[in-house]
Design a protein around this ligand. Structure first.
Ligand code: FES
Ligand code: FES
Length: 186
């Protein structure tokens, strides 16, 4: 069956069964391999993408449930209206040297961007709670938290000096006609 979905601001049609996980559509049909398969059971966060600005687990999200909505993968963040937040996160990730093997990191960044786009100045507890569902086998948690706090400092400073919105309105600033877009499942 054909499904029309919007990923990273582009309308795409895929011919798959309705219960096909979004993760497989993203990776196998659209070759967007930045999103990773970890557990396949909504337990690790490696497959995190955004649906309408909120992080979800694409491994347990059937393609039939996301038609007409805006999906953003790690490949699309720099072109979305969260680009400023994404840049602050990536810069902090590099400065703090967060990454070890890297496997979990696209999911970590998707969650961090979603957190900071809705709450640019999270408390330590808020960071811990929000990032709790993203597992890192290399245990980079201390550096992830440090980088989120650093990115938060950048964003708060920017927010105080400009009127530019930090909040998620994916692709709206680009005037994209065929929008579509997503929260870490529990
Ligand atoms: S692959 Fe682990 S939560 Fe989706
Ligand atoms: S950096 Fe290796 S799993 Fe997170």
């Amino acid at each position: 069956m054909a499904f029309s979905i919007n990923i990273n601001g582009k309308q795409q049609t895929v011919d798959v069964e309705g219960d096909t996980p979004l993760l497989w559509v993203i990776r196998d049909h659209l070759q967007l391999t930045g999103t990773k398969f970890g557990c396949g059971m909504a337990q690790c966060g490696a497959c995190t993408v955004h649906l309408n600005g909120q992080p979800i687990r694409s491994c347990v999200t059937p393609i039939s449930s996301v038609t007409g909505q805006q999906i953003t993968t790690i490949e699309g963040l720099s072109g979305a209206a969260v680009a400023k937040t994404h840049k602050a996160v990536v810069d902090a990730w590099e400065e703090v040297a967060v990454v070890q093997c890297g496997y979990c990191q696209s999911g970590q960044i998707m969650s961090a961007v979603a957190l900071l786009s809705s709450n640019p100045g999270p408390s330590d507890q808020e960071i811990d709670q929000y990032m709790n569902g993203n597992i890192c086998r290399c245990a980079t948690y201390v550096r992830i938290k440090q980088a989120i706090k650093q990115a938060s400092g950048t964003l708060v400073a920017q927010n105080n000096s400009t009127d530019s919105p930090l909040y998620y309105d994916a692709f709206a600033s680009k005037g994209n006609a065929d929008k579509t877009d997503t929260r870490i499942g529990g």
